[in-house]
Design a protein around this ligand. Sequence first.
Ligand SMILES: *Cc1c(COP(=O)(O)O)cnc(C)c1O
Length: 384
Amino acid sequence: MTHNKPAQAIQMVDLKSQYLHLKEPIDTAIQQVLDHTGFIKGKEVTAFSSALANYTGVSYVIPCANGTDALQIALMALGLQAGDEVITPSFTYFATAEVIALLGLKPVFVDVDPHTFNIDVSQIAQAITPKTKAIIPVHLFGQSADMEAILDLADQHGIAVIEDNAQALGGTYTFSDGSTWKTGSMGTISCTSFFPSKNLGCYGDGGAICTKDEALYERIKMIANHGQKEKYHHEIIGCNSRLDTIQAAILNVKLPYLDQYCAARIAVATQYNQAFAGNEKIKTPFITAHNKHVFHQYTLQLHASIDRTKLKAALLEAGIPSMVYYPIPCHLQKAMSAFTDPRWVLPHTEQLAQSVLSLPIHTEMSTEMVAYIAEKVIALTARS
Ligand SMILES: *Cc1c(COP(=O)(O)O)cnc(C)c1O
């Protein structure tokens, strides 16, 4: 069966249609903030931190301005010294690594597992030195890193774990004892982003830091607020990072729908997986048995015989956008050249940067759209 091009334009994300489903409550929530004018630290911000703490199962949530700030503040809260080492994957959005360098710490990149795209724990073990103070696993594309192995290793060495949960809010990880934890609730600290296209997106920038540790919570709260507990008494050097009340008001309306949003993404991914099953030219995302993958991205690995640039162009001609996340790994970015380290041997990362392709996936996709996209991808790759 062949599917015609859907009448509605295909987009990587469709924020407009998603908004229209919740237009009334969102407009009302925004209007309420305009009416009370508590634009900074309004009651909606406090309500949102409690709601997110409740959702993820952590004790404390500190909302902040964006996901990058969340990572920076988390690292600042650990009180590290210049030159201390932080282990992280290179196959991630640049922000994860950028904040390490920004704080005068040393990013130590390790390779990823070529199936899950997530940090390879055996590589972490080899990269640890007495200077290693933290590991930042990234739950890439919506799937948790192997947290049990990472936490065990970190415990053995007395190292903190900061989860970069910007792409996986709503996902879960099940430990070998059978207990299931939300992503963002397992590490020493976790960070997330509410950038509009993320699984829980606001209508501008937003982020949050989660922790179960009360002392860290107090410190993080201070750092995000100019290092003060009491107004005009600055105890430590911090920064100014706040979630706007309007953004919190929007997130309060959207958070109850997060599980539904994740389910919609999983349904799209499942349909793609079925359509691509058995295809030798394209490898579908690998889902580990102990993970609930919430598909922030649906990312294929293309066979070496496929010209990715040509495929992207041909898809676009058929009305199908696609993206390469990420074309240049962090360790090969110009900005990182000063930090180069002999431990940076990352063949899987470099191979993935050449071969991955992310297809449209969002909460508003129809089965017709997915069928049309899958059919075009199959037809266009069959000839290569
Ligand atoms: C989006 C993202 C960030 C940064 O979040 P911002 O809110 O854009 O600052 C960090 N890490 C990862 C993996 C991301 O996807």
